[in-house]
Write a protein that binds this ligand. Structure first.
Ligand code: ADP
Length: 477
């Protein structure tokens, strides 16, 4: 089996290969991928540092052309890359192709942004002086990504980093090196100069930690767990570098008595269970008012019965497997905790077997949950959601906001008054009305509040805030 190497200083290097296993069929090895050492990470950082002066001064047409070429190739190969993504991560093929198209859209968007770099010219407070405000790249950016969006998250960090003239050391999650390797290969062949993008696949505790410990990274953008996010923050303060964190969520979906039942059930089923619930924007707390509670639970349960859990590549599968054994154990542990805490298991709760050995779990719905239970406070990151019964809108809003997290929040209602009030008073970074809490556009800001996120927003033109630094220049006329 071909070994996929790391990309350091423009060379494909490395030996020790680890197997990338398909969670839909653990007998299938998706590929063999090199693991970097801490020294490899240091070499990659040095290469990115050496490449920075020339790349930061490169012309906007060069950056535009490379990002555009990358977008075009990803789009042209969407079926093949989507297939790779589905096999390494376990989301269904349509979801995986959709994510691949998203990655292409992101590269395309930032190809355009390279041509739209702008500053400001202002009069000074003093006569005969002009003031210019410009944005400059910050230097070498460390990119550390999770396993749940193997192509979109790398794209939304790499594309803006390169667009604004930074160089990159990129460490993908161990479970999903395939799509990251493909992005590095495409960018490399699109003409990126040596050292501008370095790929170091391997363990977080080794490669990731070497990045955190480096004084030569000007910024780290991270998506992953709260625990690792705290390490990124502490090390970044020590090294006086910028950092941007996207971490967990415990996203509420409020369903009011006046909701359109079909809209509410579709939104809850989608955001609670699609992508196997492995999205930081998934709804795991369904906060439902008394008048619609029983009808909503009955309709959602009926809907869950129709969802097919099977191999990610099989036509007709709605929910693929859980990503690996460790995550499956976490999910089943939380299901046991929910039962012990007194929540009622309304649907699912069991692991299931399919034709091939894989990590299959039924979509699981709890009812009669309270907002104080652990299943309502801690992120599970699986196809598990709980219904919390509330009296009215006021209580629903208060429960929705009573959480350490604040990424996304949704409401299903036909009341303009309540929708408007919820948009204004939700303590989340993203608010959805009559839509799933998951599923966002690529050209607008993404991010949360409280323990979900730290630093400026990702995506769209707001990404410039993290990937550039502002300079104010004064000139005597
Ligand atoms: P998850 O539980 O979702 O895997 P992690 O925070 O462990 O979340 O992983 C997110 C990313 O952070 C992965 O690329 C992982 O390898 C990396 N990572 C894990 N531990 C460290 C660490 N000590 N230093 C830097 N990166 C790490």
């Amino acid at each position: 089996m071909t070994l996929h190497h790391n990309l350091i200083a423009g060379e494909w290097v490395g030996s020790n290969g680890v197997e990338n296993i398909n969670p839909s069929n653990t007998n299938e090895i998706v590929g063999l991928y090199a693991t970097a050492s801490a020294d490899d990470a240091k070499t990659a950082i040095a290469a990115a540092k050496a490449a920075f002066p020339a790349w930061s001064r490169s012309g906007i047409l060069e950056r535009h052309a490379i990002l555009k070429k990358t977008a075009d190739e990803i789009l042209a190969r969407k079926e093949e890359l989507g297939n790779l993504l589905a096999r390494e991560e376990g989301k269904t093929l349509p979801e995986a192709i959709g994510e691949t198209i998203r990655a292409a859209q992101i590269f395309d968007f930032f190809a355009g942004e390279a041509l739209r770099l702008a500053g400001e010219v202002l009069p000074s407070a003093r006569p005969n002086i002009g003031v210019e405000i410009t944005r400059e790249p910050i230097g070498v950016i460390g990119i550390i990504t999770p396993w749940n969006f193997p192509i979109a998250i790398p794209a939304w960090k790499i594309a803006p980093a390169l667009c604004y003239g930074n160089t990159v050391v990129f460490k993908p999650a161990e479970l999903v090196p395939g799509c990251s390797w493909a992005i590095a290969d495409i960018l490399n062949r699109a003409g990126l100069p040596k050292g501008v993008l370095n790929l170091v696949m391997g363990k977080g505790s080794v490669v990731g930690q070497a990045m955190l410990d480096s004084p030569d990274l000007a910024g780290i953008t991270f998506t992953g767990s709260t625990g690792t996010g705290k390490r990124v923050a502490a090390s970044s303060i020590e090294h006086n570098r910028k950092f941007q964190l996207e971490m967990g969520g415990k996203n509420p979906m409020v369903v009011l008595d006046d909701a359109d039942l079909t809209v509410a059930v579709e939104a809850a089923a989608n955001s609670g269970f699609f992508s196997t619930g492995q999205r930081c924007t998934a709804s795991s707390r369904l906060i439902v008012t008394e008048g619609i509670h029983d009808k909503f639970v009955a309709a959602l349960t009926e809907k869950l019965k129709t969802l097919v859990v099977d191999d990610a590549l099989k036509a007709g599968t709605h929910i693929g497997p859980v990503v690996d054994e460790r995550q499956l154990a976490t999910d089943t542990d939380y299901i046991a905790i929910g039962r012990q805490e007194g929540a009622k298991l309304a649907f699912g709760g069991e692991t299931i077997t399919r034709e091939n050995p894989g990590f299959y779990l039924q979509p699981t719905l709890f009812t009669e949950a309270t907002n104080q239970m652990r299943i309502s406070r801690e992120e599970i990151f699986g196809p598990v959601a709980s219904v919390i019964r509330v009296k009215d809108y006021e209580e629903a809003l208060s429960v929705a906001n009573d959480t350490p997290f604040g990424l996304s929040a949704g409401i299903a209602t036909t009341s303009l008054k309540h929708a408007t009030h919820f948009k204004r008073n939700s303590e989340a970074g993203m608010v959805m009305v009559n839509l799933p809490t998951a599923g966002v556009d690529f050209h607008v800001p993404f991010g949360g509040r409280k323990a979900s996120s730290f630093g400026s927003r990702e995506q769209g033109k707001y990404a410039a805030e993290f990937f550039t630094v502002v300079k104010t220049a004064y000139t005597l006329a």
